[in-house]
Design a protein around this ligand. Structure first.
Ligand code: GLU
Length: 458
């Protein structure tokens, strides 16, 4: 049975990079009907805080992911010690006695001699022994090979690597040992993670061999880069999932966008649909650029395919069902929904939206108001005295009526200016669809207010 794990460190809230790792693992597990294990890597970082564990759980649930098992690395410390002993008994561990200052000096010396900074076992042996060593795992100094499910055939010559530290001087186990132990212990069959962990893989394979454990399959997906080609990080504008939620991003848009990175075909549908089509072999091994605009593209597409009834109850309450199909192609963030409702129903809206009226003349306002009253655009209701009602196809009749009054105007300019005056936007739904949904009274009021603003008497 396929068993994968997502292993975040509880040092803060999850961000998009973590979301990608979690999503790819969860999709792979779901595709194979396997188990998705949440492992909290809380042993190796002074910044780990127990309260972040709940935040991680909350963020994953918000993404729509669920997991079959969960444990913290710190709960497995006893097993890590047993593993340490097993490796020690096998003769693959050796004690080291130098201080970190000494190590830093050796490193500097290697760098200035243009040598790769690598732990020198022989030099280590020259340091006098004492009672508080730290311990390293002796790599084989041979080539380690594996077939990576994304990167293809991989070879790593461990002569180029430093023997990894497995136990620190204070007796705590290092991440590399804890991680190997936990992966073996939980019978993880596939380790799916970012290519930034590739250098650990040969080491972990050697340690697993030394333990006589089964070697899992590996899949290292390429790095997520920002628009400058740097690693996607806080500096590239990466926000936490919590911040993205608060900004009005949809979990499914995030899941689709991070799963899309590195694929050449477009994915769609909900988690189950994506899982049924999921294949690691379709992912590119080249690093891919990512930005929040990629999520925006996916999210706009999701809104555009939603019926009013598909919206969450609070969003449903924020927009009329008749207006939704007209504006849904113009939504990115959840907040845009209430904004369109406001544009179409709030008589006071233009005044406090700070619209740019630099392109609108007072004359144009007067012409637009007069055209609106010609009778071909709207009419007075008979039953409800005084109420204005639209005639059929008011938008085209209105534009035409304006051009009859002022034949020098260009149709495109008229349309763009009216759109700006009514919506304070240069783009949006087709005006012929939107205008009939705006009460004529509001339209008139908006134009008159604009006229007054231009006259300098708000
Ligand atoms: N805690 C590690 C990380 O967040 C997990 C690495 C791994 O997947 O092996 O990078």
């Amino acid at each position: 049975m396929v068993r994968v794990r997502f292993a975040p460190s509880p040092t803060g809230r999850l961000h998009l990079g973590n979301a990608r790792t979690a999503v790819l693992n969860a999709l792979f597990a779901a595709h194979h009907g396997g188990a998705f294990v949440l492992r909290i890597d809380d042993t190796d970082d002074a910044r780990c805080r127990p309260e972040y564990v709940q935040d991680i759980q909350q963020d994953l649930r918000w993404l729509g992911l669920s997991w079959d098992e969960e444990f913290t690395q710190s709960s497995n410390v006893e097993n890590h010690r047993i593993l340490f002993q097993t490796l020690k008994d096998s003769g693959r561990l050796y004690p080291c006695f130098e201080t970190s200052e000494q190590l830093a000096i050796w490193r500097e010396q290697q760098l200035s001699a243009h040598l790769p900074p690598r732990y020198d076992r022989e030099k280590g042996k020259s340091v006098p022994e004492h009672d508080h060593p730290y311990w390293r795992f002796a790599l084989s100094e041979k080539e380690v090979q594996w077939h990576d499910l994304i990167q293809g055939p991989m070879v790593c010559d461990t002569r180029h690597l430093s023997d990894p530290v497995v136990m620190r001087q204070d007796g705590t186990m290092s991440y590399v040992l804890a991680s190997v132990m936990d992966d073996v212990d939980r019978r993880i069959t596939h380790i799916i993670r970012g290519a930034d962990h590739l250098t650990n893989t040969a080491i972990q394979i050697e340690m697993m061999h030394a333990l006589g454990a089964n070697i899992p399959c590996w899949a290292h997906f390429p790095l997520m880069l920002d628009q400058n080609g740097d690693k996607f990080s806080k500096r590239s504008g990466s926000k936490t999932l919590r911040e993205l939620k608060e900004d009005g991003w949809l979990p499914l848009a995030i899941v689709q966008a991070v799963a899309q990175l590195g694929l050449s075909h477009q994915i769609s549908g909900d988690f189950a649909h994506m899982a049924s089509h999921f294949s690691l072999s379709e992912y590119s091994k080249s690093n891919g650029k990512f930005s929040i605009d990629d999520v925006a593209i996916v999210q706009s597409r999701l809104w555009a395919h939603m019926a009013h009834g598909d919206l969450s109850p609070d969003l449903q309450g924020s927009i009329d069902s008749g207006l939704w199909p007209v504006v849904r192609n113009n939504i990115v963030l959840a907040g845009d929904i209430a904004r369109w409702q406001q544009i179409c129903t709030d008589p006071h809206w233009v005044a406090h939206d700070g619209m740019d009226c630099s392109n609108v003349s007072q004359n144009f306002c007067t012409t637009a108001i007069n055209a609106l009253k010609t009778g071909v655009v709207c009419k007075q209701s008979i039953e409800n005295s005084g109420e204005l009602l639209w005639q059929t196809d008011p938008w085209h009749h209105w534009v035409d009526a304006i051009m009859v009054i002022d034949p020098n105007l260009k149709k495109g300019v008229v349309a763009r200016t009216l759109r700006m005056m009514l919506t304070a936007r240069t783009g949006g739904p087709k005006m012929e669809d939107l205008l009939p949904l705006l009460p004529p009274k509001i339209v008139l009021c908006r134009l008159e207010r604009m006229h007054d603003v231009l006259l300098g008497q708000p």
